[in-house]
Design a protein around this ligand. Sequence first.
Ligand code: PAF
Length: 510
Amino acid sequence: MKKVIIRKTEEIENWKRNINSEINFIPTMGNLHNGHLKLISTAKNDNSNVNLVSIFINPLQFDNKLDLENYPKTIDNDIKISFLNGADAIFIPSNEDIYPPNNKNIKFLKAPIELSSALCGLNRIGHFDGVCTVVYRFLNLIKPKNLYLGEKDWQQLLILKNLVLREKLNVAIKSIPTQRDFDGIPFSSRNVHLSKNERQLIRFFSSELLKAKKNFQQDKKINLNEIIKKLSAKKISIEYLEHLHPYTLQKARLHDNISLLAGAIRCGETRLIDHVFLMKRSPIIAIDGPAGSGKSTVTKLIAKKLKLLYLDTGAMYRALSWLMIKENIDYKKEKKLQNIFKDISIVFKTNTNSYQDVYVNNYCVTEEIRSQKISSIVSKISSIKEVRKFLVEEQRKIGESGGLVAEGRDIGTTVFPHAELKIFLTASIDERAKRRKSDKNSKDSQEIDLHKLKELIKKRDFEDSNREISPLIKANDAIEIITDGYTINEVVDKIIDLYNEKIPKETEIK
Ligand code: PAF
């Protein structure tokens, strides 16, 4: 494809007609650094869309005239490195193009108060209104499929996500983690202004944040005053240093698993921001839903794609049921149950096909636990109070450090009520029966006629939803996905999009 430079808004329409493809849009203000280049190359590698980079120093988002005048301009180099890193087209409009004088159609937007009255918004009056106005203008002009933004400007990212929702814009926002230079400081266009001494100071600031992140993983505590003292001792001028909820930007609460430690400092004339996410454990995805909703297939694929541990809690109940049948245990007798809990070991091991096998006391039961015999008693066994208590504890132990996707019926409500993303996966009974019948892992189901299978599913739903302990119900904060008519990959992609929307990419960085 011929690489092009577009300088006029009117040319955008023409260009769009010629490319005949969806667009990835990467807005910038130029003076491109490795952070921008990572955005451009990520967009290139994500899909086969055409990559459009804009370079426009938006006067509306500067609250300081001098800052606007001094904003570094390196247009020739920007063009060269954008094309080298995956841009297909570069849009370099003039001020008059973006804000034609007397054009009454330009919508001047206000950023939401809740998000813009914290952190950078406190000292940069009107800054986020200017960002919203220009990005809205670009999105309406370009109508891209995806908008790529850096997590380095976390507050901006939240405000733009809010803008997209509020204005019902049909664009997906994709983010990349903060990119750091060799000395740990985030890449920023303003770094060119730093003297050697100032760079040392910001290096100290960033290293304190990164240290706090590491310590938090162990102590689960943060002492803001201690950090402020250390920065002040170095005569670093702090604009703010805050510990907040990462999405609401309100004060962090004790039970937040992920929180945001964000700061802004001034070095000479230059103002710099940095942040880290503090995590008590890695994120957890909880996927609940009735039998045959596609949970297992979907969860396995998500685990593989996101490199998360896969916790199949249903398999644990089945494994326990299998042992009870094998050892002829009367599950109504509590003493017998306690004996079995003492000795049983249920372990998941990845097999040569990169899927997981289930072992009970070192014996592989992966296939046997899927038999109709087990299916017919697992619901009863899993409704026993002691059984649930025992297995929920085991599941929590496995999930202690997070980084997993768990599937079951009570994950979001009981096992991991603080999971970062909760999905309730479901489908009509007709659809679920059809799926069960064609399930290669369930030989027994293939032999049962469809009508009977539907009756069995209905019965299982009833038992699961009406049992006293941990019944199958959708958690209040779970997102329901009805999978009728969707392919497995479509459902997986939808959940991965939700995960990416909810969980900062930066939390993946150790
Ligand atoms: O992050 C930036 O560089 C700017 O705020 C943006 C998104 C390009 C809007 O001018």
